[in-house]
Design a binder for this molecule. Structure first.
Ligand code: PLP
Length: 224
């Protein structure tokens, strides 16, 4: 292996405050990269393609907590429902209901985050702030006993404009407070604000992120 995963991981870990969860995004990287991070104590990994994840799940240690961080198609939920630790990017009621249904089959409660679309880019998935309010107002989620909504997730615009990135994180953090007060005041589980990737995680933690998803900085560039 010609890349210092262990060293990079330690650098990232030392640059985020204690209490912020590091999701090591290992998509498109081979098992030996994940094993190198695992040997350093990393247990939380993020993947965004079902087949790749299922292959890694089969062959890597079972105490890894796998996060599904990408856009999840409803027909793929059944494959990851037996073992997934968190689905980070729920962007519709339909997906939430499917996760609930598949989780019930395995007698599990699956942790999820609702994904917001705040960035000024059509390419990104997620619920607009209004759509997220609507989903929560609608109330059907309250009957879904096999999913647990643990917070919000979002990606900022892919830009070098730090002010833009910061303003999007702050919008997300403010909306988190609104949602927490209105729907989850008595849920200790609703506590996660997942924002920040390789190029913006330091700004994200300044804007109250509790969970950063870092790939490239730990594992190097992805080869697609
Ligand atoms: C790939 C990905 C990341 C990690 O991106 P890097 O720039 O490599 O750190 C984080 N979040 C999501 C949703 C991703 O798809």
């Amino acid at each position: 292996m010609d890349y210092d995963v262990a060293g990079k991981l330690c650098e990232v870990k030392s640059s985020i405050p204690e209490g912020v969860t590091l999701v090591a995004v290992s998509k498109f990287h081979p098992n030996e990269y994940i094993e190198a991070a695992y040997a350093e104590g990393q247990r939380v990994f993020g993947e965004s393609h079902e087949q790749e994840l299922s292959k890694k799940y089969d062959t890597l240690p079972k105490d890894i907590q796998w996060h599904f961080i990408g856009h999840l198609q409803t027909n793929k939920v059944k494959y990851i429902a037996p073992y997934i630790s968190m689905v980070d990017a729920v962007d519709s009621l339909k997906l939430l209901k499917e996760i609930n249904k598949q989780a019930a089959k395995h007698d599990r409660v699956i942790d999820v985050l609702l994904e917001l679309h705040i960035a000024q880019e059509a390419t990104k998935y997620g619920l607009t702030i209004d759509a997220c309010r609507q989903l929560l107002d609608d109330g059907e989620w309250r009957n879904l006993n096999n999913v647990r909504i643990c917070g919000l997730m979002m990606m900022a615009s892919n830009t070098d404009d730090e002010n833009q990135i910061r303003s999007e994180f702050i919008q997300a953090a403010d909306f988190f407070d609104e949602v927490k007060a209105k729907y989850f005041a008595d849920s200790a589980a609703f506590c996660q604000r997942s924002w920040g990737m390789s190029h913006d995680y330091k700004i994200a933690v300044e804007c109250r992120s509790t969970m950063v998803r870092v790939g490239t900085t730990i594992f190097g560039p992805r080869v697609y």
